[in-house]
Design a protein around this ligand. Structure first.
Ligand SMILES: Cc1ncc(COP(=O)(O)O)c(C=O)c1O
Length: 372
């Protein structure tokens, strides 16, 4: 296609995609000798019994998966004490987030999110032509109820809370969320992607409040990020509206089998979750000794403010030269932070050794400069 023709075609399309000025990231997956601590996966293999269910499912690869994910939704309903009409299953919870934006927002509407929050929401709001109101309570330990109930958030079509929050790892009391649900007539989307690493959860609120949509994923605490399994729980009227607009066959037979098997074997993950909590504390302490200021985390990652002198982007690049990947966010309030997932003990030892090594180089550079 000639350039002129391409430009004519592109400008004839709807403006939604044009708002996203950059092409999607097309960096290949890092080589396997990189330590990947940038996207909060769980570093352990699936329990053998769960793994076997995937192999069995592959024997049905020539058939379409079950329509509307009925067996998986039933299994989730049984596991979480709900009915299947309260449950929608997604190809990861990010699919469900996308459905919520498409179902409940029109161009010009607004949606509110605690800031800093899960950045994918910015893209979803933009694609919908909606305004994302970021309510600034950086690293707060409680909900800004007044701002959410009385400020511009009160006109938002829905309010997004992630608890624990990404990228801060902070956790607000479930009682605060219940207060908001009780006092607001807005839809509250409670994203509990990291809740299995936290002391409490909001599941008991689903049957009490028709204005709650609760999201869960098996990507973080159940080590299935590559399989793509997520759930939404809420009033059947809300869930039905989302199921109505969902793609047919949105999941595959392996996702169905692994999701169902995880639900039956959740107890097999207890040690995994205990390890993450323990390692999170060990790395927090070690990073503090290296001059980082770490936000107390209730998730499987740490938000660490880097020592004065260099910013988060610099540290991210320096660690990459040591084959360690961590996350950096260009937001103003996070410019001096990196976010580090909790990996295996060996991975975290390598990460801490690399941080120590880089700190040492910085220190010796500074003392050389002060001598000259
Ligand atoms: C807060 C939060 N919600 C949702 C997701 C999406 O998870 P998935 O699509 O893998 O289920 C993530 C992933 O990082 C997240 O951090």
């Amino acid at each position: 296609m000639s350039d002129a023709k391409l430009q004519a075609v592109l400008s004839s399309l709807s403006p939604a995609a044009r708002q996203l000025d950059a092409l999607p990231c097309d960096r290949p997956a890092p080589a396997t000798d990189y330590i990947k601590l940038n996207t909060n996966e769980n570093p352990f293999p699936l329990p053998t019994i769960v793994w076997q269910s995937a192999i069995a499912a592959l024997e049905r690869q020539y058939l379409y998966p079950e329509e509307d994910n009925i067996s998986l939704r039933e299994a989730a309903a049984n596991a979480y004490g709900l009915t299947k009409d309260h449950v929608i299953a997604g190809n990861g919870s990010s699919e469900l987030l996308g459905l919520i934006y498409r179902a409940f927002l029109a161009p010009g509407d607004s949606v509110a999110m605690i800031s800093p929050g899960f950045s994918f929401n910015r893209k979803l709001a933009m694609l919908q032509g909606a305004q994302l109101l970021e309510i600034g309570t950086s690293e707060a330990r409680s909900l800004p109820l007044e701002q959410l109930l009385l400020g511009p958030a009160n006109n938002a079509k829905f309010i997004l809370l992630a608890n624990p929050n990404n990228p801060t790892g902070t956790f607000v009391p479930v009682a605060d969320i219940e207060c908001l649900l009780a006092q607001s007539n807005r839809l509250i989307v409670l994203d509990e992607a990291y809740v299995d690493f936290a002391p409490d959860n909001g599941l008991r609120l689903v049957s009490r409040y028709p204005n709650l949509l609760l999201l869960r994923t098996f990507s973080k605490s159940y080590a299935a990020a590559g399989i793509r399994v997520g759930f939404g729980f809420g009033h059947p009227e809300l869930i039905g509206r989302l199921r109505n607009i969902q793609n047919v066959f949105n999941m595959n037979v392996v996702g169905h089998a692994i999701g169902t098997s995880i639900l039956a074997h959740r107890a097999a993950y207890e040690e995994n979750h205990q390890y993450i909590r323990h390692e999170r504390q060990r790395v927090t302490t070690a990073l503090a000794q290296l001059g980082f200021s770490v936000t107390p985390s209730y998730a499987n990652f740490l938000l660490a403010r880097v020592p004065e002198g260099k910013d988060g982007r610099w540290w991210q690049a320096a660690l990459e030269t040591q084959k360690i990947l961590v996350a950096f966010f260009p937001d103003k309030s996070l410019g001096d932070c990196i976010r580090v997932s909790i990996g295996t003990e060996t991975q975290m030892d390598a990460f801490l050794a690399a941080v120590g090594h880089i700190s040492e180089i910085l220190r010796s550079g500074r003392s050389r400069a002060s001598r000259s």
